[in-house]
Design a protein around this ligand. Structure first.
Ligand code: HSE
Length: 418
């Protein structure tokens, strides 16, 4: 597309993000992008836009030859995939915010882009207003990206902030996140970590060339965290955050997961409150960099969609450099993690799952331990999130296989066992 060409948009969805985009586009006439039609599911609702703009027939957009861009911001991942597929195959550029759809269909989406040569952009799908996908794609060379640690879900971060800093109970905090338009229509996707792991699957591709279904990435959400865990965190001068993390191990493979984690209060991610997201990137020469911005909500998400629409003007496409132009990294489940686990009764905890245990405490109603285990102990069973148990990673949790023997020896020496 050349810079003078009019972008004529067919928009799918007029919810929090769709309506935000409609308003934002009205305030940016210089972009020369206008919405010709909006496809919605239910025609009965009153909407803040002329009725003539709306249709319930997807064909009105997908087969209109004057529409050259499809923007898709709907909630239903299966319908979204169908829309994207038809649009690309009909020669239209596509912008999407559907993280679940993209994460679950990455191989097909990559193939369609190769076959059609058309742009498919989705900056809004991870960390909303933070331009993290284009950054990972364009800026960092494959070998220099050592680690990424991020808060990628606004709702859970909002809930943790409200619960632990403003003493709101979980249900009230969730309701507030829903009323503010941050939460998914099924809030289980936020609370239990599904949304975060979908975003992480997308970012792992742009960071390391990893194409992995979210089901194969270790994750949980904030549903098991208890007030007693927050009290332990406070005692140790930590915060608790739902953290998505990836780290290149010494053998070049990548350890990656989304789990609750203790964060030191002076770390950048501890500074990320409410619906904000944050990304800390560790690279070879630049050392640590921190990206921060709103990760959910109408205008912050619309701003990323807008930026993708603007990028279509110069035919920007993701090249998937780490996947196609480098030797892509592999995801591994062969490393160790240092974890805190709180629980109601010792009978739920099997000692043999741990390589070693460094600390344990028992109050009348709640017990906890800090220990090191192989990640297979978590991927291979649910014991750590059943019976009211709550697992939170230590501040620097990943232990490389090559370091485990020395660390184990040192820890046993400290405990006076050898
Ligand atoms: N439910 C998502 C979140 C919306 O809370 O982060 C933005 O992707």
């Amino acid at each position: 597309m050349d810079a003078h060409k009019q972008l004529t948009i067919g928009l799918f969805g007029f919810g929090v993000v769709g309506e935000g985009l409609y308003k934002v586009l009205q305030q940016t006439p210089s972009l020369k992008a206008s919405i010709k039609k909006v496809c919605i599911k239910h025609s009965g609702k009153i909407r803040n836009a002329p009725a003539s703009l709306f249709t319930t027939e997807k064909e009105d957009l997908l087969f209109d030859e004057n529409i050259n861009v499809i923007v898709e911001v709907i909630d239903d991942a299966n319908a979204a995939f169908e829309i994207v597929s038809i649009a690309l195959r009909n020669g239209k550029a596509v912008v999407s915010a559907s993280k679940k759809m993209i994460a679950e269909h990455l191989p097909e989406i990559l193939q369609m882009q190769q076959e059609t040569g058309l742009p498919f952009l989705y900056e809004a799908s991870a960390c909303a207003s933070i331009p993290v996908i284009r950054n990972l794609e364009e800026y960092y060379d494959n070998d220099l990206l050592h680690a990424i640690k991020a808060i990628v879900n606004g709702s859970t971060n909002f809930i943790l902030t409200k619960m632990f800093e403003e003493k709101l109970d979980f249900q009230s905090a969730l309701l507030l996140a829903q009323q503010s338009g941050f939460a998914e229509s099924n809030p289980k996707l936020d609370v239990e970590g599904y949304d975060a792991v979908n975003k992480w699957a997308i970012l792992l591709n742009h960071a390391y060339g990893i194409v992995e279904h979210p089901d194969n990435i270790l994750f949980t959400g904030i549903q098991h965290i208890q007030l007693s865990d927050a009290a332990v965190a406070k005692e140790k001068n930590y915060d608790i955050k739902l953290i998505a993390q990836a780290k290149k191990l010494k053998n070049g493979q990548v350890a990656a997961f989304v789990l609750p984690q203790f964060v030191k209060l002076n770390e950048p991610l501890a500074f990320v409150k409410n619906e904000y997201n944050g990304v800390v990137i560790e690279s070879g020469f630049a050392d640590k960099q921190f990206f921060y911005g709103k990760g959910a909500g109408s205008f912050p998400t619309a701003s990323a969609v807008l930026s993708d629409i603007a990028a279509l003007r110069y035919d920007y496409r993701y090249e998937y450099k780490k996947l196609y132009h480098h030797h892509p990294h592999e995801l591994t489940h062969d490393y160790y993690l240092k974890v805190y686990l709180s629980f109601d009764d010792w009978k739920y905890i099997r000692r043999e799952k741990f390589e070693w245990i460094e600390e344990w405490h028992a109050d009348a109603d709640r017990k906890y331990l800090i220990g090191v285990l192989h990640v297979n102990q978590l991927t291979g069973g649910n014991w750590w999130r059943e019976n009211g148990s709550s697992l939170i990673l230590s501040i620097d949790p990943i232990i490389d296989n090559l370091d485990i023997i020395n660390l184990k020896k040192r820890s046993l020496e400290l405990a006076g066992i050898v």
